[in-house]
Design a protein around this ligand. Structure first.
Ligand SMILES: C[S@@+](CC[C@H](N)C(=O)[O-])C[C@H]1O[C@@H](n2cnc3c(N)ncnc32)[C@H](O)[C@@H]1O
Length: 290
């Protein structure tokens, strides 16, 4: 499995094997309508993959990974690390930085990171965004109402593990025929290929993530309508979602899903204060029509 080290909130990294196991091997075209970090599409067995998302920045990063070679990406990251004097544990002996459990490297990087964030918000480039995501809190990609990137500094830097994951992802994405698309999921032109398999991982109505504010019952109903219409045309789809999350139930989805195959997906969630790992009452599912 090839994981995008820029792990968006709601990404499917930990569930990948359960989801990709459901994709038939003979699938030629896989369309990831809400692709985010792109991990599901990129790990699908299909050779031709359409990665679509409404977020321009998500696509900009995927385009960077797809078109630039790994050495160039690293050298652009390193230029920024050097310019802003961010920590770079890969190039220092072990123990060079003193890390406190709850703070990690944040105290070393806070000022430089905020400077980089300010510069990025004034003059955007994909390499600056990538460094902000590597060094930012939980690798979140989040913009405020004015469109400004507003994530605080995180605890980690461009570590060996991020380097290796990035290398594997960047090399693997190039083995596929990727078409990047920046459309709203309601755009009919996305559904032109009747033989493709369509995968949907929308924002979830009953959980919280930075992009969930733009997802209401209206969008949810429109999505379910599209899925029914694909089914009527005998076009294959898979939908990731949650039926139950921390006591909240998505009743509309639960009723709708009875027409299709509902597969349980298992994961452990961290609880709200990010300290203990708890198994909550979340009922995560993959719903499919084949
Ligand atoms: C749950 S995340 C997808 C995560 C992805 N599967 C991954 O593993 O990284 C939902 C995505 O839907 C995108 N999105 C939200 N509203 C959308 C819309 N109207 N049309 C297309 N994409 C949308 C968000 O930008 C976000 O990347």
């Amino acid at each position: 499995m090839f994981i995008n080290p820029i792990s968006y909130p709601g990404n499917k990294n930990k569930l990948l094997s359960q989801i990709t196991a459901e994709i038939p091997h003979e699938t030629e075209v896989f369309v990831d309508i809400f692709c985010g970090s792109g991990v599901v599409g990129v790990n699908s067995p299909a050779k031709n993959i359409i990665l679509n998302d409404i977020s321009k920045q998500a696509l900009e990063l995927l385009n960077f990974f797809y078109t630039e070679n790994f050495e160039n990406i690293v050298s652009k990251i390193e230029d920024i690390i050097n310019k802003y004097q961010l920590t770079y544990t890969r190039q220092q002996p072990k123990g060079f930085y003193i890390e406190y459990n709850h703070e990690g490297l944040s105290k070393y990087n806070k000022e430089a990171y905020n400077e980089l964030k300010k510069d990025y918000n004034q003059d955007r480039s994909v390499d600056k965004l990538l460094v902000l995501l590597i060094y930012g809190f939980n690798h979140y990609i989040r913009f405020n109402k004015k469109g400004l990137f507003n994530v605080p500094v995180g605890k980690v830097d461009f570590s060996d593990s991020i380097y290796k994951a990035l290398e594997a992802f960047v090399n693997h994405i190039k083995t596929k025929e990727i078409c990047l698309s920046n459309k709203d999921f309601r755009d009919e032109t996305l559904y032109a290929d009747k033989n493709a398999l369509y995968y949907f991982d929308p924002p979830y109505l009953i959980t919280t993530a930075p992009y969930n504010q733009i997802w209401t019952e209206k969008e949810e109903k429109e999505l379910l309508y599209i899925l029914d219409s694909l089914n009527e045309q005998k076009i294959k789809f898979m939908l990731s979602n949650v039926l139950l999350s921390n006591g909240k139930e998505n009743i509309m989805l639960k009723e709708w899903s009875k027409k299709y195959l509902v597969l349980p997906i298992k994961r452990q969630y961290r609880n709200a204060n990010y300290q203990k790992i708890n198994i909550t009452d979340t009922n995560e599912v993959l719903i499919k029509n084949f």
